[in-house]
Design a protein around this ligand. Structure first.
Ligand code: SF4
Length: 310
């Protein structure tokens, strides 16, 4: 009997978002002081070679999402062969790392590797250098709509009519899809999002991602954005027996941006940018998104920390 070599898949993942992208602007619009303190913490962490704080939620949730995102990227781009993917055991939830794997195995058990049709890319960062060169702008920022920000798109797919029929049969909520290119965004969740668009940052993220994608691919713009909310039930399943509504997987189809949407995005980002220079503490945001990291046991620790900004 020969010993089979153990295969090790090494995963490098990044946390911290796309720099001054959509999350940064949403945070600045929500509470400028929180954004300023986070920027300060990030600069200090960078100076000391420490990991960066994630933009939203705590580090644990960021780790869970990062592990899930990396595994699902390897899965849908074929780097993780089907037999390898199926050998990944589902761990009991202990750490955020285990949770990321558990979310992935739950997803894998319900969606085959070719579920989304042809995969054009995963974790795609836009705009590319050549896009910016073609636009003759120095960096990822245009001060008028469409506002071009750095984005990282989880998955870009191209579907045929046949793919659409299969996808909609499994996920009837995606009725309305047609053949063409779509962007997909994964959202790992503790529980069912009560309002899909609010839970996913309103319209802003999806419309911006689509606007940036279309700006960089004017000859083949995308048809929409699919958010996939993934809830970690035990076990994770498409739907309960005899039910039409989803159980653990909550997709949402967002239309492609209209001219009004682009105008709205430009106004939003310009306002957020202006607000970010005020360091204004917005007390109405302390309990947003599962509570601000500077709002501890009902105490706002941000005002004390703000002295470091002076
Ligand atoms: S505790 Fe409230 S006011 Fe302070 S940074 Fe957080 S959201 Fe802003």
């Amino acid at each position: 009997m020969t010993d089979e070599p153990t295969q090790v898949i090494s995963i490098n993942f990044e946390s911290g978002g796309s720099g001054k992208g959509v999350s940064w602007h949403m945070d600045a619009a929500s509470c400028p002081l929180r954004r300023a303190l986070r920027d300060l913490a990030r600069k200090r962490a960078e100076a000391n070679g420490l990991p960066q704080e994630h933009n939203w939620g705590g580090m644990e949730k960021a780790d869970r999402g990062s592990i899930f995102h990396k595994l699902v990227e390897l899965y849908h781009t074929g780097w993780l062969r089907p037999e390898q993917a199926l050998e990944i055991p589902c761990p009991d939830a202990k750490s955020a790392f285990d949770e990321g794997i558990r979310f992935f195995t739950g997803y894998r058990d319900n969606f085959p590797q070719d579920f989304w049709g042809k995969v054009l890319g995963a974790e795609v960062k836009l705009p590319r250098d050549q896009d910016l060169k073609a636009l003759e702008i120095p960096d990822a920022l245009i001060e008028a709509p469409p506002y071009i920000l750095p984005v990282t798109i989880d998955l870009i797919i191209e579907v045929t009519n046949e793919d659409v029929a299969r996808i909609v049969k499994t996920l009837p909520v995606l009725e309305g899809m047609e053949a063409g290119v779509y962007l997909v965004d994964w959202k790992t969740k503790d529980q069912k999002p009560y309002n899909l668009l609010n839970a996913y940052g309103g319209k802003v993220q999806g419309l911006t991602y689509q606007a940036v994608y279309n700006f960089c691919n004017p000859d083949a713009p995308c048809k929409g954005m699919i958010y996939m909310g993934i809830v970690g039930h035990k076990p994770m399943r498409l739907r309960d027996e005899g039910q039409r509504k989803p159980k653990s997987f909550w997709p949402l189809l967002q239309h492609s941006p209209t001219d009004d949407d682009l105008q709205m995005l430009g106004s939003f980002f310009l306002s957020a940018e202006a607000l970010s220079h005020t360091n204004f503490p917005n007390l109405s945001s302390c309990e947003d998104f599962g509570s601000c990291v500077y709002y501890i046991d009902g105490e706002r620790t941000c005002l004390q920390k703000a002295k470091a900004l002076e």
